[in-house]
Every structure is written in C-alpha cells, then in structure tokens.
Design a protein around this ligand. Sequence first.
Ligand code: SAM
Length: 213
Amino acid sequence: MMEWAKIASGSEGLVLFTRDGEYLVSVDGKELMSSYCHVSEDALATVSRRCTNLPRPKILIGGLGLGFTLAAYIKEFGPEADLTIVEKSPDIIDWYRKYTKRNSIGDLDDSKVHFICNDISQYNPENCFDIIALDVDNGPEAICGIHNQTLYDRPGLKRIFDQLNPKGTLLLWSAFDSDSYVADAISSGFQVTSEKIDIPEEGWTHYIFICSK
Ligand SMILES: C[S@@+](CC[C@H](N)C(=O)[O-])C[C@H]1O[C@@H](n2cnc3c(N)ncnc32)[C@H](O)[C@@H]1O
C-alpha cells in the first residue's frame, strides 16, 4: 500500500494527508479522523431524522472534519435543510473546500449550509435549534482542546439544553459508552437513550447518545 503523503500543515498540530484518494487528519501526530469509514456519521443523521417530525428543523452540527457528517445530514434532510455547521479550525474549513469536500460531499449541494468558524463551546446562537449534533471529540472526553470539556459537563449540558427548542434533541457521537455522561445529561434535564452501532468490518462499536428535552 502507498505511504500517506502530506498535503498541508495547519495550526494547533493539525496535518492533512492523502493516499489513494482517501484523506486523514492527524493532531500532534495522532489520527483525529480519516475518510475510510463513516457508517456512524451517517447513523447520526438517520437517528436525527427520527428525533423530529418537523419538515425543516433547525440543525446545528459541530464540527466539520472531512465533511461526512455534513454530507449525511444533507442526504437525510435535503439540500434546502436549515443546517449550521460550527468548526473551530479555519484550516479544516479551508482543506474541506480545497481537497476533502469532493471525497465526502461529492455532488451534494452545500450552498445553503451556514458555515461558522468558531469554538462550539463558545458559540452563542441568537435562535434555538431543534437538533444539536456533536462530533468534535471521540466522545464525551475533551481530546480537541480543554474547552471541550464544557460541552459534556453539567453546566455545559445545561447550556446546550437552553439552546434547544422545547422538543429539541442533543445527539452526541461517541467511540465509547459512558454511564457518567448519561447521568450528567439526565441531571441537566434531558431524557437519555443511546444507540449502539456495530461496525464488524472494522471491529468497532460506536454510540450515539440521544438526549431529548
Ligand atoms: C472527529 S472530527 C469530526 C469528523 C466528522 N464527523 C467528519 O465527518 O469527518 C472533529 C472535528 O471537530 C472539530 N472541533 C473540535 N472541537 C471543536 C469545537 N470546540 N468547536 C468546533 N469544532 C471543533 C475538529 O477541528 C474536527 O474538525
């Protein structure tokens, strides 16, 4: 197999690589994401669709990564969907536009998507959302910066609770199960269930925490 070839270096230790039409981003030398498998990103969008019967729900996604989660939401909710994506790294947004978008989005139309370059833990939207979907770390543990802990602790969960419409739902992608996150979400006012996604070909099990108001 070919070696990964470096395409670009960004700030905060981010590096973008490519090999055989696939992409990989590392942070401080460790893999953060790659384009090889996006089964559970796709599931995040399908589960979100089940969480609301609104024809055009207001959806907030954090973060962009290589664009697979975004692609899944455009497929599931349509090109006219009210999608806002918050990504803290300007490099990731730049790489998406220059390189990775072709791989993840393909022919899908992202022209109606609101792209916001910000830290989602610091983002104060003017209006509430029906769906907030978080896939910024590996799960409810801050690996992409210490501030991310405020997305998973009780004050952070309460803040997200207040950013949701009355029947809104928070969905959290995770590579591991977490009883403590479930307990914190419940004590912040949510009703919580989780969906387990087995990906036998990779030997992975991923989780989606579904936190409903
Ligand atoms: C694991 S990747 C997401 C991969 C994505 N599901 C995809 O389709 O490729 C995490 C992304 O979230 C971004 N991120 C991490 N912390 C963030 C934050 N606090 N606010 C916004 N974006 C953040 C990272 O820069 C990275 O692009």
